[in-house]
Design a protein around this ligand. Structure first.
Ligand code: PEP
Length: 254
């Protein structure tokens, strides 16, 4: 496996001062992150400050969302190029919380990814089934629909990178472990679907598939040891610098 990709999603959980303190602690631990790619995603308001704190640490800064147009009368929105100007290289799109609470549709997700790729940023497309989808045997149908809706009609050039984050909605924030074999199987299904959408070479060279859902220092090693798991997206445990550093260490050990 390439260097594991570990993305921290701080959501809207931290006051500015708390985000700065956490960023300083993460930067301090970063000497131990060699061999991993670590990205932290604070709120928009803290992007510049956190990017400054991370300078020289090797940890990069990502965003939790963006808009799909380049510029214009879109009150409250933030464009991909505005993010790039703040040193952002990676942007989460289609997180289940945005799909559930903000009506982020598949079409919006598709347009955001198209814009991000066009300005050279790396989208992190979140896909995942609900508890009911899984119980009804619809998990794979839901995942394939989300992937095709988000990525259909797009292509990847040599300069472009894409991350798909498999995040079962019923696991996010639940503290639940998932059988690593189930995660591996699902990542293989996602990979096969990506082969339908892009060339095999583009998928192998330019796409990573990571897992998110209650990742912690105990379970990360089992997850990342699976051959199709290229890294993890971490919510709750990324808010504690010690736990986050232990997650990076666990991923490196695997
Ligand atoms: C997330 O919301 O992307 C996430 C993975 O959260 P948690 O780690 O808290 O499940």
């Amino acid at each position: 496996m390439d260097n594991p990709l570990i993305i921290a999603n701080w959501k809207m959980k931290l006051a500015p001062s708390e985000a700065h303190v956490l960023a300083k602690k993460v930067a301090k631990s970063s000497a131990k992150f060699t061999g991993a790619e670590v990205v932290v995603c604070p709120s928009f308001t803290e992007l510049a400050a956190v990017a400054g704190i991370m300078e020289g640490s090797g940890v990069t800064v990502g965003a939790q969302n963006c808009f799909w147009e380049e510029q214009g009368a879109f009150t409250g929105e933030v464009s991909a190029s505005q993010l790039a100007a703040h040193g952002v290289g990676t942007v989460i799109v289609g997180h289940s919380e945005r799909r559930a609470h903000l009506g982020e549709s598949s079409d919006m997700v598709h347009r955001k990814i198209r814009m991000l790729l066009s300005v050279g940023l790396r989208p992190v497309l979140c896909v995942g089934e609900s508890f009911d989808d899984r119980a009804e045997g619809q998990k794979e149908v839901v995942l394939l629909r989300q992937l095709h809706d988000a990525l259909g009609g797009l292509w990847l050039t040599d300069a472009q990178q894409l991350v798909v984050a498999y995040e079962p909605v019923w696991v996010i924030g639940s503290g639940q472990d998932v059988d690593p074999k189930e995660i591996e199987h699902t990542h293989q299904v996602i990979e096969q679907s990506l082969y339908d959408l892009f060339s095999r070479e583009a998928v192998d060279e330019h796409v990573k598939i990571i897992y998110g859902g209650s990742v912690d220092p105990e379970n990360v090693g089992r997850y990342v040891a699976e051959p199709s798991v290229d890294g993890v997206l971490v919510g709750t445990a990324s808010l504690d610098a010690t736990q986050f550093a232990a997650i990076v260490a666990g991923a490196l050990k695997a």
